[in-house]
Design a protein around this ligand. Structure first.
Ligand code: C2E
Ligand code: CA
Ligand code: CA
Length: 681
């Protein structure tokens, strides 16, 4: 038997004579320290030693254990007791009691709970037991307050949450406005649901509370039943998600998404009023150099410092955001002459140019700022941003701090420089898109191939034709990146269509420059390998100009591609240097008659000649730019094999091109489908 110390013995002696069960529990070890005779009966223990040898750890959940500890903390040193319905399981038999619990600490420092249990009569309905047990075990805090706001009852979870404090309902709301609103709603007989910051013990937390007026179940007076759960973690997670979605992590400024939302909202409000606004696009000059030479940590700190300086330039109804990298944007108030925004831009230039000390480095960074104006130049958010971007670029080019947008900036050299600046990023972020234009059998109308044509929807300049950006890519050495990207996209699509029963040839345009270095061979091999497309289903379209050079390396490249079974097509045939010698010298599979021979619905007499040459050399002859039925009929009668042009289809994105293929397959008569198979074979 556990030897009781003198102190405990003195306490338990009179309790032995009480008829209801009383016992002492060590809350740390969860063992009985002592129990009177009635307790031994309740617990079905033949002796006190048997009771003391029992360990309740296995039967008591962590939650309940936490709660018992809390009772020790709250009740020790006080005369307070807590009353609860408890269900025990002596030898597995549920026994429900009304328990009165008090706590004290023995001189040896052991935390003890004294439990006085009054057994419920066995008549208690199962329903009541379930309900009281649920109330006891739930993690939802349930409490009852009087209409004066004083706490009357709290379930164990609520007691745990409130600690020893017996705060009134009013005192629980950190924001007194919340309580005022709750009171009004309750007075109107409503059930109130609120998420509020509340006092819990000696802390504060966000709780979701439901409050309802109800009669006190004991005395019938009206009271307020409150159920609450802690939602701090959920709110914190929501807050984090919101922060990540709408704010830039580095500077904590609104990001691109919130910027556009704010800009649109503000323009909407200003529309129809006489308010004038200006959008500023701010880009830091030579920021990359600082990043590269002083490192990213300094670069990041500089961006934070810049964002702080920019914030100080704003008044309360103006906006600032970081679009990414070293680009910031502002929405300012302006006046009729535009001088207000100009002055602010000048002020920003001066503010940012003033040297700042970042980790011991004196850094002065000049910005270039472009300004567009609402409503004079546009009332559309996207348009204003494009204009401000172009104006910023013009300011940078001109080496002046800021410039207002002017119409001529959409053309001219600014445009070219913008293309040059943004091309690599467009490729790496897959902004370039590949469209597909079908080539049809002149006789049957069956689709035999698709030509991949590159497209670029530039954020400020809108759609740019490949004619424009391919030339820039060639001049700036970026054409290799474009070809690699287009080849990969187009062959991925080819393989998809092939898997779907459209085993057609994919034509990709290749710039003549790429035949000078031998790269195109490896790039093609790699693209075929990764996409799983068959080489005989790839056709490279090459313009004549390349062959002018006639160097050994070009010959080698063409021979290698031919060995790989990749098809070769001579594009824009007849447009420039047409030399029949090329056709005999290089292993071409087809020629594409330049579309200038068909321009404006005309048919050039030279076409006859080209088709004749092609046929003589057993080359497939393709006509591009077919726009009218007359042209189509003529070309077919002359023996042209394949036709391509707006008459049949414009270049389409992959989903429309797929629809086109499917529609053609459905409409083709059975014998034509058969014919196509023969042709391909
Ligand atoms: P291209 O290879 O001669 O392509 C035919 C051009 O004619 C395409 O212009 C096409 O949209 C257009 N077209 C098609 N049918 C008709 C028609 O019935 N009437 C008229 N008037 N035009 C028609 P796009 O797509 O603007 O391409 C222009 C050129 O850019 C292409 O000429 C090609 O040389 C080059 N290109 C396009 N994509 C790429 C690419 O991925 N790589 C390279 N290196 N060049 C490309
Ligand atoms: Ca072409
Ligand atoms: Ca062409």
């Amino acid at each position: 038997m556990l030897i009781l110390d003198k102190y405990i013995e003195s306490i338990v002696f009179p309790l032995e004579f009480i008829r209801s069960p009383v016992w002492l529990l060590d809350v740390n070890s969860l063992r009985f320290v002592w129990g009177n005779s009635a307790a031994l009966v309740l617990w079905d223990a033949p002796t006190l030693t048997d009771l003391q040898n029992r360990n309740l750890s296995a039967d008591i959940s962590l939650k309940v254990r936490k709660r018992l500890n809390q009772y020790c903390i709250d009740l020790t040193g006080t005369t307070s007791t807590v009353s609860e319905h408890w269900t025990f399981y002596p030898k597995g038999r549920p026994t429900t009691c009304d328990c009165s619990i008090s706590a004290f600490e023995s001189p040896a420092g052991v935390s003890l709970l004294m439990v006085n249990a009054i057994q419920q009569d066995s008549e208690s309905s199962a329903d009541t037991l379930y309900r009281s047990s649920a109330l006891l075990h739930t993690s939802v805090c349930v409490s009852v307050y009087g209409t004066d706001g004083r706490l009357k009852y709290s379930n164990p979870a609520a007691r745990c949450m409130l600690g020893a404090e017996r705060l009134s309902l009013a005192e629980r709301f950190v924001d007194s406005g919340d309580w005022r609103w709750v009171k009004v709603e309750l007075a109107a007989g409503k059930e109130v649901v609120i998420e509020a910051l509340v006092v819990t013990g000696n802390e504060q937390a966000w709780h979701s509370l439901t409050l309802e007026s109800c009669p006190d179940p004991v005395i019938g007076a009206s009271s307020i039943m409150v159920t609450e759960t802690d939602v701090s973690e959920r709110l914190q997670a929501e807050q984090q998600v919101h922060q990540l979605a709408y704010y830039d992590a580095l500077t904590e400024l609104p990001n691109r998404t919130s910027w556009f939302a704010a800009l649109r909202g503000r323009l909407e409000l200003a529309r129809g009023t006489d308010e004038r606004l200006a959008v500023l696009f701010v880009d830091l000059d030579r920021f990359k150099l600082i990043n590269d030479t002083l490192g990213h940590t300094i670069g990041d700190k500089l961006l934070v410092a810049v964002s702080e300086r920019l914030s100080h330039c704003l008044n309360s109804c103006e906006e600032l955001a970081r679009l990414g990298g070293d680009e910031f944007t502002l929405l300012l108030e302006d006046n009729e002459t535009g001088s207000q925004a100009n002055d602010k831009a000048q002020f920003i230039v001066e503010t940012l140019t003033t040297a700042m000390n970042i980790d011991g480095h004196e850094i002065s960074i000049a910005p270039s700022i472009g300004i567009s104006r609402f409503p004079q130049q546009s009332s559309d958010a996207d348009e204003l941003m494009k204009q401000a971007d172009l104006a910023m670029y013009a300011a940078k080019e001109a080496g002046v701090g800021y410039l207002g947008f002017k119409a001529h900036m959409t053309t001219q050299s600014v445009r070219r420089r913008v293309i040059e600046r943004d091309l690599s990023e467009a490729i790496s972020t897959c902004v370039l898109q590949v469209y597909y234009q079908p080539k049809l059998c002149a006789v049957s109308g069956v689709v035999l191939g698709q030509e991949a044509l590159c497209r670029w929807n530039h954020p400020s300049l809108g759609w740019i034709s490949p004619g424009e950006f391919i030339a820039v890519a060639e001049e700036t050495g970026k054409i290799g990146e474009v070809t690699k990207y287009v080849l990969h996209e187009a062959l991925t699509q080819q393989a998809k269509w092939a898997a779907d029963g459209h085993d057609i040839c994919m034509a990709v345009n290749v710039s003549p420059l790429e035949f000078r270095d031998g790269d195109i061979v490896d790039v093609t091999r790699q693209a075929l390998h990764t996409t799983g497309a068959k080489p005989e289903n790839l056709e490279l379209e090459i313009t004549e100009s390349m062959l002018m050079e006639d160097s050994d390396s070009i010959q080698t490249v063409i021979a290698q591609l031919h060995t790989m079974r990749v098809k070769l097509s001579l594009d824009d045939f007849g447009s420039g240097y047409s030399n029949l010698g090329y056709l005999q010298k290089f292993p071409f599979d087809s020629i594409k008659i330049d579309r200038s021979f068909l321009s404006h619905g005309e048919i050039s007499p030279v076409i006859d000649l080209i088709i004749g040459v092609g046929n003589k050399l057993s080359l497939k002859v393709v006509a591009e730019g077919v726009e009218t039925q007359v042209q189509s009929d003529f070309l077919t009668n002359q023996g042209c094999h394949q036709l391509q042009g707006y008459l049949f289809a414009e270049p389409m994105d992959k989903s429309s091109a797929t629809d086109f293929l499917n529609a053609k397959r459905k409409s083709a008569p059975r014998n034509q489908r058969q014919r196509k198979i023969e042709f391909v074979a």
